[in-house]
Design a binder for this molecule. Sequence first.
Ligand SMILES: O=C(O)CCC(=O)C(=O)O
Length: 286
Amino acid sequence: MPKMLSEAQVEQYRSEGFVCPLDALSVEEAAEFLARMEDLENREPDLWVRSKIKPHLLMLWLNDLMRNSNILDAIEDVLGPDIMAWATGHFDKKPHDPSFVTWHQDGTYWGLSEPSVVTAWVALTPSNRENGCMRVIPGSHHKGQLPHRDTDNKNNLLSRGQDVEVDVDEDQAVDLELRPGQVSLHHTMLIHGSKPNFSDTRRLGITIRYVAAHVSQTSGFRDSATLVRGTDKYQNFIAEPRPRWDFDPDAVEFYNEIVAESRRRKDAIAADHQNRQELLKATTKL
Ligand SMILES: O=C(O)CCC(=O)C(=O)O
């Protein structure tokens, strides 16, 4: 029996690559996480510049959020009992923000051994069609890894502006609308993106990337993760310290090493990916 999802939602995740919406946090709990985040933003103006890749190593509120038992119950329903939190991030669009996200598959530059990788997208504000909610192409995860190209637009929220290099039929896109505290899950190979914020309200989503404990990093670079449920009998990742407080110096030291390694890894994987583009383009069509 699934713990959080219905049998139909487990089946939807398998067949369509996403589930939405899930009532993981109450509106009040979401507001509390948002307040903790905003308090830190007010004290640290460069907060998100300083903590781009694994901010849960630096911010206590985010480390707490990724251990939320309802979210983990939903993740367990699709990944099984042994779960590592591998990465976190924030996708923020202020009112009338032109920021957008190109159509992409998450796993493209991650170097992970297999697609037992799920993102929980946690809404800390309303996320809807008007303010640029996430959009997905149902079933596109069955296509496997598709070719991507890097693009250069300062309003693209993705670090490389990666854009899937196949025609995406926008008529198939599903809007993942959420109220604060609700969560969507999406598969690492699902094509997704989002439009700008055309509204007067902020749209803020926190991404938590979970992997099954048997997944490993294949790029040859060192990688880390936090065991958040079950046991880690594989030890494929360096165990991450839990910060005792925001910007705990021990966690910062660990963070700096892992982030440097992660940048080298992404660059190496991107270079390798470019080399394989023509071959992939010739053999795939959406
Ligand atoms: O929040 C968005 O608009 C996009 C999120 C995204 O691309 C992701 O979770 O990988």
